[in-house]
Write a protein that binds this ligand. Sequence first.
Ligand code: TYD
Length: 132
Amino acid sequence: MEYKIVELKSFGDKNGSLVALEAEKNIPFEIKRVYYIFGTKKDFVRGKHSHKNLKQYIICVSGSCDFYLDDGDRKEKITLDSPLKAIYIEGNIWREFVNFSKDCVIMVLANQYYNEKEYIKDYEEFLKCKKK
Ligand code: TYD
């Protein structure tokens, strides 16, 4: 599956921590867009799509949620529960976010501006695209 779990380096001490994200340095692309998701109801399912061609770094900067990845052959569950854990996705992977804690904030860095045409929102279409 075309994703990586990355352990982020933090600066700080017992008084607090800081993580720096820099384009083309510890983030392996030019960052065109940053968005964050918060206040999601615990039993709501977010995502339910894939991207034809988008690089993303996904970090749960507060709280926790479960992230399901599916490349058409295999499904994997990753619990995002640390601001030091990032997921880097660059392939066409179906993703769903579930089980949000009240304080969950997910931050996403992407290498492209928002473009709805670049999404695949139908699971059968996603499977067809993977078989091509
Ligand atoms: P959506 O992609 O459905 O969110 P999720 O997959 O997390 O459930 O996006 C929700 C709304 O926000 C939708 O109307 C599109 C809009 N949106 C933007 O305008 N820009 C963006 O960068 C993103 C990710 C979404």
